[in-house]
Ligand binder design. Structure first.
Ligand code: HEM
Length: 411
């Protein structure tokens, strides 16, 4: 890349390593009007300080139906295949006061206690998945590990019966592969999932349990209103927001460890000693270094505002590039160095402000256990492919590998 020329964004090379292009943008055009591959134009925000300001700014709305005819018409805003009004009422597409009400309800049901109580189940799923390939000496850690783990975990959390969870796995598979398969398949998968969730909510209403969907119904029965459509949209966004993100956290995280042997050895030594402090800071650093959400979801200016010296017009879409902000040298010393013991690490991989990730505690629990179990049980794992040959999934918002082939010795 020539130092004085703007980089080519969204190309094949960019997908493999977008960080040099983001470094250029931070330095030369930190808030830049850009044409996306879909043809939609939007502001890209790449500096850490500007990103924090944008995420916390109430003048940036999350509701595409209200504010951006351009992006909305393009059919590229929101979840692929998601077009129906009922599913659009999820947390990431609404503003206060609706957002405040729904977020309060889900927070009552998605408590830290519920997440903590979930730990044995995460261990059980993780160990069972590793058992599935430990004797073979090789595996694709995306398909055989990172992908099924969060699906089973979220299904359990929501209260989807075990016998139905493989259907969810198939539907989620169709949704995550939308970059490769016809969009019609995604639409069908979303429709099936929605139909299933509507029916499940109906059944739970008659027979409340200890799961999150029952918790949502219970919370709504205590004075605050949650319609059945809102409950279905909530279950759906928990699944959608909590699934591919976790796949990518485990996938990108393991990839970073495999390509930074000294850092990985430090972590392995600390795990062997039974310590957990480095594991916790390691997951935070992996979130910062190559986080699952490259760009936060769409925001739209409701009035004229200034961001990083640029004047943003009402209706303009704004995309906050979390991955660029988290490599900003003005906030993180040696931002391109993976330092698992990094202390001062205010990354924004989970976002910030009122839309801050509600699943962060669950994501941390899953990633900490998944990565430590892999390192402990398969300590000599190596990458079974040239890093340059690995393919990254397309798509604007998420950043993750299509496959992660590894080898290890069978004990
Ligand atoms: C919101 C990242 C896991 C549920 C967000 C946002 C980010 C994020 C960046 C804010 C998006 C924005 O403001 O545009 C991540 C990462 C994860 C993860 C990096 C790593 C694994 C999860 C899990 C769940 C979840 C496991 C649930 C089971 C949600 C929900 C929202 C959200 C419901 C919307 C919150 C709101 O709008 O109020 N997440 N997430 N996430 N996340 Fe996560």
């Amino acid at each position: 890349m020539h130092p004085s020329l703007p980089p080519t964004l969204f190309s094949h090379d960019f997908a493999a390593n977008p960080y040099p292009a983001y470094a250029w943008l931070r330095e030369h055009e930190p808030v830049r009007w850009t044409t996306l591959p879909s043809g939609v134009e939007a502001w890209l925000v790449t500096r850490h300080e500007d990103a924090r300001q944008a995420l916390a700014d109430a003048r940036l709305s999350k509701n595409p139906a209200k504010h951006s005819l351009q992006a909305h018409r393009s059919g590229r805003v929101g979840i692929p295949g998601e077009r129906s009004a009922d599913l659009m009422t999820h947390l990431l597409n609404i503003d206060p006061p609706d957002h405040t009400r729904l977020r309060r309800l889900v927070s009552k049901a998605f408590t830290p206690r519920r997440v903590a109580a979930f730990e044995p189940r995460v261990r059980e799923i993780t160990d069972r998945l590793i058992d599935g390939f430990a004797e073979r000496g090789s595996a694709d850690l995306i398909h055989e590990f990172a992908f099924p783990l969060p699906i089973y975990a979220i299904c359990d959390l929501l209260g989807v019966p075990r016998e139905d969870q493989d259907d969810f796995r198939d539907w989620a598979g169709m949704m995550i592969h939308h970059g490769q398969s016809p969009r019609g398949g995604v639409g069908r998968a979303v429709k099936k999932m929605r139909g299933y969730l509507a029916e499940l909510i109906h059944r739970k209403r008659a027979d409340l349990g200890d799961d999150l969907i029952s918790g949502l119904i219970r919370a709504s029965d205590h004075g605050e209103h949650l319609t059945e459509n809102e409950a279905a949209a909530m279950a759906f966004i928990l699944l959608f927001a909590g699934f591919e993100t976790t796949v990518n956290l485990i996938g990108n995280g393991m990839y970073a460890l495999l390509t930074h042997p000294e850092q990985r050895a430090l972590l392995q030594t600390s795990l062997d000693r039974g310590e957990t402090a480095l594991l916790a800071s390691a997951v935070e650093e992996l979130l910062r270094f190559d986080g699952p959400v490259e760009i936060a979801t769409w925001r739209f200016a409701t009035e004229r505002l200034t961001l990083g010296g640029q004047s943003i017009a009402p209706g303009d879409p704004v995309l906050v590039v979390l991955a660029a902000a988290d490599r900003d040298a003005s906030r993180f010393p040696d931002p391109d160095t993976l330092d698992l013991a990094r202390r001062d690490n205010p990354h924004i991989a989970f976002g910030l402000g009122i839309h801050y990730c509600i699943g962060a505690p669950l994501a941390r629990l899953e990633a900490q256990y998944a990565l430590s179990a892999l390192l402990r049980r398969l300590p000599d794992t190596t990458l079974a492919a040239d890093p340059a040959a690995l393919r990254w999934r397309g798509g604007l918002i998420m950043r993750g590998l299509r496959q992660l082939p590894v080898e290890f010795s069978v004990s």
